[in-house]
Design a protein around this ligand. Structure first.
Ligand code: ATP
Length: 956
């Protein structure tokens, strides 16, 4: 059957035998499709993608913009203001030249603009997150043109042969061709949390419900255990998941802690301003009534309160926050840290403890075997990387392996008990698969033992796959070739000679040396296996400790002849009575940049902790080398941890920096214990069983290269380069983002408080009229506050950002002086402006004065705006004086100050703008007075810095 006559609609694949399904899809279980067929099918079926329709609908996002209490207050102000204008219009009391409903229109325009802006930003953020998710979308191992390779999940086509292993999220629907111990979690599809055991050989009734289709796998489900070869039957929207696309996981749109705090802040501001309005209006009325003035000033009081209500709302703030977070994620991607959940950007800055895996994160995960130990001899192995060229040396001399039957048997085991493939890519030797296993194939290759050759001589018939809990794996191979007397098997022939006649199979096991040795009852010496003595055991363990003490990763090897293939799931009872072969020690050098990153952590008050499945001595040697621990520091092993109660563990977690031979479930206990001690924990993980610990951690970090899809799905952040130093860089970015957010909150809200107090003061001082119209206030909040605030959002890190302890993520938004700063600066702002207002008012009304009598209002408006410019420049640093800083290190602040000042001057001097904003041209002298008064703001803040420096206080 050719590709174009492939079945159109989903067949009931589970009702077919494997061969039939392969035939129908015109595919081959051993070589897969050809590239040409893949191309044809892609044309026909399209990409393997789902049309996402999760998340909030656009209408929902838009509606959400108007449910904010501050916007509701603005709408109320617009309506009341419109009502007043209507009264004035019908009553004929409108001032000459005044445009009716101007404020109402402006406020409503701002409300709508804010809504649209919020909508655009939120849907952008959702799209960006969706794109980030796609970036982290998994690749799939497929067999094409007879070769194994990794392709993006979207490239799969029906007929492809894909390989699955533990931790993979299945990328398409398929019919099993073969499997080993395959367990799949199908909860995404069936809601059933229990793992399902799958079997290729079954043929099922056509009406079998989804949950019972045990010979098929489905897109979106997860492999928990085992391995499988699968024929892809359906892709894209034709998969079972595609059919119920509405069930797709929606993009996480949860508000960040900061957004939640901003909502709270909004509530405080609104209620605070309502109280203030009540005081001003109530106080004013009582004053008027007791003085016998009556209700004459009521309208003015209402106008004052409307202006105050507008003044208190920081209209520009939500936009600045979203932009800052979005820019933060972009900068982090540049540092190879992919944020999956927005809250992670700001919470990263609060991390106090980083729990990191060793292999690949602290080390390079480029394994090279250095030593082989067997029959009491330690061989040194030369050679570099994965190139299978090198020598075996014994006591400094090149050794002849023919004279050493034990090592040959061990090397065959290295080649056969292995899932990695060694390939030459553009002349360079590289591995496909786990580097630990790659190093073993390379090792065997150095002795001329080629994986391909041996795999066909000893075909694999079953296996017990590796898992981090078991810390070992076994493969069961058929011995028919040996039985027929294939002489090329001399290397292991003697080793198995005694079993050949009666036994058909050979099981090779490799794993953590201690655990493997525990399961051995014999040892392979010379050409025989003899019972293993206690002396043998202690010699092996001493050799293991010596290798591990040098920081080598050590694996133990054993074998066992078998009469029949053990059933799936019988690993515990089958992997016993093994025959010990030897040890292999490989070097995994630390990443060069990690030492400096660990130092940086220490200065920043962040404690790095190593949590590894490796041997305690290996872990210790590397941790000491990297500066994570010191000589003599306690190492806690998984076994010891198991014996500790949760309370006991809690007393240990602050003391221990190395956890060795741990299993994924221990990671969860360690995170929980640290959290109970009040630590804010970032935790790395890559395996399928790391997911609970990643979810529990305050920041769950998955590995981009070696991480399983399941761990990525559970994480907040993905390390694209698997590098510890990237976590530290992201933490630094997190701190910068949070510091900048606090900076512009101080900047914006300080000015809002100043505005409110100034407006409230006007009637109390008995000045006729409201100094600032709602329109002018909106201008200040959006433009004169908004533009510099955006520039402050990209302020580069202060030099000491990683020299101070982390801040608690649970601290109030007003903590560390933010609240007192806002109030203090708000008052200073108001005092300066009120003095100016008082002077300008009397100056404008002075007899004989030529200017407009309302000029004082323009002067108040101008000086408030200009004062904010000085504020923006001074607030760039909390402690450094402006003259100590490079003005061009953040050119945006300088630029925004210049642009905003020009805009402000245009508002005063350009006639159409004058009439719209209700301003009057100021004389040069008046402008100079405004500049003089507003400069006081800058002087005050710089003075504060000098004062705090003098007092030895550092503000952060
Ligand atoms: P980390 O958690 O720091 O990444 P790790 O990679 O050493 O540590 P695991 O991969 O869980 O952790 O490995 C734990 C132990 O299992 C190793 O120390 C080794 O003894 C054994 N091991 C690792 N890989 C294999 C493998 N492919 N086959 C058999 N045993 C293995």
């Amino acid at each position: 059957m050719s590709a174009h006559s492939l079945p159109e609609s989903t067949h009931l694949w589970h009702g077919l035998e494997v061969e039939k399904a392969l035939e129908m899809l015109d595919s081959d279980a051993n070589s897969g499709l050809t590239s040409q067929e893949v191309e044809q099918r892609r044309q026909k079926y399209g990409l393997n993608e789902l049309e996402e329709n999760g998340g909030r609908s656009p209408w929902q996002i838009l509606l959400d913009q108007f449910t904010n209490i501050m916007l509701l207050m603005l709408i109320a102000v617009a309506l009341i203001s419109g009502f007043l204008d209507l009264l004035a219009l019908t009553g004929g009391t409108l001032k000459p030249g005044e445009v009716p409903f101007k404020d109402t229109i402006a406020i409503m325009a701002i409300v709508i603009l804010n809504g649209i802006l919020g909508y655009v930003q939120e849907s952008r953020a959702e799209k960006a997150l969706a794109a980030l998710k796609k970036l982290s979308s998994p690749s799939v191992r497929v067999l094409r043109d007879g070769k194994l390779g990794d392709v993006a999940a979207k490239e799969l086509v029906p007929g492809d042969v894909m390989l699955l292993e533990a931790g993979v999220q299945i990328a398409a629907d398929g019919r099993l061709i073969e499997q080993s111990n395959l367990q799949v979690r199908e909860s995404a599809l069936t809601g059933e949390a229990e793992a399902v055991n799958k079997q290729a050989i079954l043929t099922l009734p056509e009406d079998a419900p989804l949950g019972d289709r045990l010979n098929s796998v489905f897109q979106g489900t997860e492999v928990l255990q085992g391995r499988a070869k699968v024929l892809v039957t359906d892709t894209g929207m034709r998969t079972e998941l595609g059919k119920i696309a509405a069930m797709l996981q929606s993009v996480d749109g949860e508000p960040t802690p900061l957004q939640q705090r901003m909502t709270q802040l909004g509530n405080v501001l609104v209620s605070g301003s309502l109280i203030l309005v009540a005081i001003v209006v109530g106080g004013g009325l009582i004053h008027d009534l007791t003085k016998g003035i009556g209700w004459k000033n009521l309208q003015e009081l209402v106008e004052v309160s409307l202006s105050m209500a507008v003044a208190v709302v920081p209209e520009g703030l939500p936009a600045v926050i979203t932009v800052t977070l979005a820019l933060g994620t972009q900068r982090m991607v540049k540092h190879h840290a992919l944020i999956r959940k927005l809250p992670a950007v700001e919470t990263l800055g609060s991390v106090t403890t980083i729990c990191s895996d060793k292999t690949g994160t602290l080390t390079q995960n480029k394994m090279v075997v250095q030593s082989v130990y067997t029959n009491n001899s330690t061989f040194r192995v030369t050679g570099e990387g994965y190139t299978p060229i090198g020598d075996f040396q014994l006591n400094g001399e090149k050794a002849s392996l023919d004279e050493c039957p034990e090592i040959s048997a061990l090397l065959v085991s290295c080649a056969v008990c292995n899932d990695a493939v060694l390939q030459q890519q553009q002349g360079v030797w590289a591995i496909l698969g786990d580097p630990t296993e790659g190093a073993l194939v390379t090792l065997a290759g150095k002795a001329g033992i080629e994986q391909d050759q041996w795999s066909s001589k000893l075909p694999r018939v079953a296996e017990f796959p590796f898992s981090s809990e078991r810390k070992r794996m076994s493969v069961i191979c058929q011995l028919e070739a040996v039985a027929t007397g294939d002489t090329s098997l001399t290397a292991i022939d003697p080793a198995i000679a005694g079993f050949v006649e009666s036994e058909q199979y050979l099981m090779f096991t490799k794993g953590s040396p201690e655990l493997t040795l525990e399961r051995c009852t014999k040892i392979h010496l010379g050409n025989h296996s003899i019972p293993i003595s206690d002396e043998h055991r202690s010699q092996i363990l001493v050799a293991n400790d010596q290798m591990a003490g040098k920081g080598l990763r050590v694996l133990g090897f054993a074998y066992k002849p078998l009469a029949e293939v053990p059933p799936d799931g019988s690993e515990d009872t089958s992997e016993v009575d093994l025959v010990w072969l030897g040890l292999v020690g490989m070097l995994d050098a630390p990443r060069p940049e990690v030492r400096a990153a660990v130092q940086e952590c220490r200065h920043a008050g962040i404690r790095p902790i190593m949590i590894t499945g490796d041997h305690q001595l290996t872990a210790q040697a590397i941790a000491i080398d990297l500066g994570i621990a010191q000589e003599g520091d306690r190492v806690l092993t998984g076994k010891e941890l198991q014996l500790l109660s949760d309370q006991e563990l809690e007393t240990q977690v602050d003391l221990v920096s190395i956890y060795a031979r741990v299993s994924p479930e221990h990671k969860l206990r360690i995170v929980q214990a640290l959290q109970r001690r009040g630590r804010f924990v970032a935790m790395t993980g890559d395996g399928v069983n790391d997911a609970p610990a990643l979810k529990q951690a305050d920041i769950g970090i998955a590995m981009g290269i070696t991480g399983t899809d399941v761990s990525k799905e559970a994480s907040d952040m993905i390390l694209l380069d698997d590098n510890f130093a990237t976590i530290v860089a992201a933490t630094k970015e997190g701190r910068v983002v949070y510091t900048n957010i606090r900076r512009f909150i101080k900047y914006i809200l300080g000015s809002n408080i100043g505005e409110v107090l100034t407006i409230a003061a006007a009637p109390l001082l008995g000045l006729g009229g409201v100094p600032l119209s709602p329109l002018q206030i909106l201008w200040m909040n959006l433009v004169t506050d908004g533009l510099p605030a955006l520039a402050l959002a990209v302020e580069p890190p202060e030099p000491d950002v990683m020299q101070r302890p982390p801040f608690s993520p649970r601290e109030s938004i007003f903590a560390r002086g933010l609240g007192s700063y806002m109030i203090r600066i708000g008052i200073v702002f108001a005092v300066i402006t009120i003095i100016l207002m008082e002077w300008a008012y009397h100056h404008s009304h002075a007899a004989g004065y030529q200017g407009h009598e309302d000029t004082w209002k323009t002067m108040v408006f101008t000086s408030l705006c200009l004062a904010q410019m000085g504020h923006a420049i001074a607030i760039r640093s909390n402690n450094r004086l402006t003259i100590e800083m490079n003005p061009f290190s953040n050119p945006f602040v300088l630029g925004s100050v210049i642009v905003t000042t020009i805009l402000q001057l245009m508002l005063i001097y350009v006639p159409p703008l004058q009439s719209f904003f209700g301003t009057h041209a100021l004389s040069l002298q008046e402008l100079a007075i405004c500049i003089g008064f507003s400069a006081l703001m800058f002087v005050w803040i710089e003075g504060e810095k000098i004062f705090f420096r003098f007092m030895g206080k550092k503000s952060v």
